[in-house]
Design a protein around this ligand. Structure first.
Ligand SMILES: Cc1cc2nc3c(=O)[nH]c(=O)nc-3n(C[C@H](O)[C@H](O)[C@H](O)COP(=O)(O)OP(=O)(O)OC[C@H]3O[C@@H](n4cnc5c(N)ncnc54)[C@H](O)[C@@H]3O)c2cc1C
Length: 461
């Protein structure tokens, strides 16, 4: 009899060889077991495995293959929306694989697949080092670095995925392997961008970078200034060196206690930046933006670990519907169009409509890089709304489409994996030659399509 759901075995385990928990529909805490960080997404997998180590991951993969289930993996579920339909799939949640080892003398970290950024950055900064983390301390390292990774040092050091020096994973055969530039370099290339298409990653080795302090903060204006501020910011981005990475966004902050009083319930336009340099040159750098007389200015010298919270992203499980796109340039017409759909009078239901400055090292193919080693665009856009009921969810989804369509006129038509919370054709992420190379690798590593990834690489067609 073929069963799609794990049963209790003679050893009393639901999956032979798996020492961790395997949760099934009907368990008293099934709702908690299937929950993702993004509470706007309802996941209904066939079962959820919580491995305690790499051997458990291998046992879960072998079990799924024998039981005719596909395998999906999640560390936090920040990107849960793009996993889409999980029926007939075993979901492996890596949240118990949290080991982090900092090898300061080698400037390396070995990070297990369930670790969060804060768990890497905090110990690294004790050695005057940091990692290429993103804007949120509780995003998972694995999903973030395998999908690219644009953080506050991105224009200086490039996509975080380029900082990977080795990857340990379980293949479709249930084998544990380690890949790096010298061991199956084609697999190492494909995983850096191909995310979950070729196996379940159990640990990643990352390069660390020296950083003690940065000059960083926010400049804040009422959103009635959106056009002026965004136009000036775009001009300013053309002048900044690679030691600066910045973002500008239109924020519609809800009237909730979690938002500090002066900003609660306000509609704002904000420029955020991190500069790897001293305060005096930082002040000179900001002059053209400060000429627009921001209402609030939080810039100052901050310790490296403070950059994990510069963006003030929500921590802990949260509802959100988001999406993004890549943009080639933002001439004044594009800024006007963006403001007309996100700013005053737009009726936008989005909490945050953001533009991130790319270029610098982000724009150059990295030597020895993987399938996604740079972004061929000038800006990345990402917007998000918080649905409070079904109607708002539909309005947010419709408005995200409108923003992407509007920016599409200045866009490359390319998607950036980490900002694509919907399933997209992988051809919109990778150039044609990289896409064909990824397909060949998929045929070798996962010919039967065991692995269910957010953005799937097809074996054929
Ligand atoms: C609040 C917030 C802030 C963000 N800030 C940034 C930012 O600054 N820069 C940026 O580039 N992106 C950012 N993102 C996007 C973020 O990088 C992606 O959502 C990323 O995929 C999250 O990784 P995760 O592991 O936490 O999420 P998950 O949803 O757990 O995983 C994401 C993807 O990675 C795959 N995956 C997870 N673990 C493994 C594994 N062990 N092996 C193989 N595949 C795996 C999953 O299958 C899924 O496709 C942000 C997202 C949010 C919600």
């Amino acid at each position: 009899m073929s069963s799609t759901v794990p049963q209790r075995t003679s050893s009393g385990r639901r999956v032979e060889g798996h020492s961790g928990r395997v949760a099934l529909p009907g368990d008293h805490d099934w709702d908690a077991a299937r929950r993702a960080w993004n509470l706007a997404v309802q996941q209904h997998p066939a079962a959820v495995a919580f491995p305690e180590g790499p051997e458990d991951v291998a046992a879960a993969v072998r079990h799924a293959r024998d039981a005719g289930l596909r395998v999906a993996v999640q560390s936090t579920g920040h990107m849960a929306a793009s996993l889409a339909d999980l029926s007939e799939k075993l979901l492996i949640k890596t949240e118990r694989l949290r080991g982090v080892e900092i090898r300061a003398d080698e400037q390396l970290a070995r990070v297990e697949a369930g670790a969060l950024w804060e768990e890497v950055v905090t110990p690294a900064t004790e050695h005057g080092l940091t990692a290429l983390h993103g804007s949120s301390p509780d995003v998972g390292v694995a999903g973030y670095v395998l999908g690219g990774g644009i953080g506050w040092l991105a224009r200086l050091y490039g996509l975080a995925t380029n900082s990977i020096t080795a990857i340990e994973l379980v293949t479709a055969d249930g084998e544990l392997v380690r890949t790096d530039a010298d061991h199956d370099p084609e697999l190492f290339w494909g995983l850096r961008g191909g995310v979950a298409n070729f196996g379940i990653v159990t640990a990643i080795e990352l390069e660390l970078f020296h950083l003690e302090h940065a000059y960083a903060g926010w400049l804040i204006w009422d959103w009635s200034r959106s056009r002026d501020v965004l136009e000036r910011w775009v001009e300013w981005t053309q002048t900044t060196s690679e030691t600066v990475t910045s973002a500008a966004r239109i924020l519609r902050l809800p009237p909730l206690d979690v938002v500090p009083e002066p900003l609660r319930g306000r509609d704002l336009v904000v420029v955020e930046a991190a500069y790897v340099g001293d305060e005096e040159s930082g002040r000179r750098l900001l002059r053209p933006l400060r000429e627009l007389r921001p209402e609030m200015d939080t810039f100052g010298v901050v310790p490296a670990r403070a950059l994990t919270r510069l963006h003030q992203d929500p921590e802990g499980p949260t509802q959100g519907i988001g999406n993004g796109t890549l943009v080639d340039g933002l001439p004044p017409d594009a800024v006007s169009a963006f403001v007309s759909v996100t700013g005053p009078g737009s009726g936008s239901p989005l909490v945050s409509s953001e533009l991130r400055q790319l270029g610098g090292a982000l724009g150059r193919p990295a030597p020895g890089g993987g399938a996604l080693s740079h972004l061929d665009a000038a800006f990345a856009a990402y917007s998000v709304g918080v649905p409070v009921e079904a109607m708002t969810a539909a309005a947010i989804a419709g408005h995200l489409d409108l923003v992407n369509r509007t920016l599409g006129e200045w866009g490359s038509g390319r998607a950036y994996t980490n900002f694509s919370e919907r399933r997209v054709d992988a051809r919109s992420i990778f150039p044609p030659d990289a896409f064909e190379r990824l397909r060949a690798l998929k045929r070798r590593m996962d010919p039967d399509g065991l692995f269910h990834a957010s953005q799937e690489i097809p074996t054929d067609g």
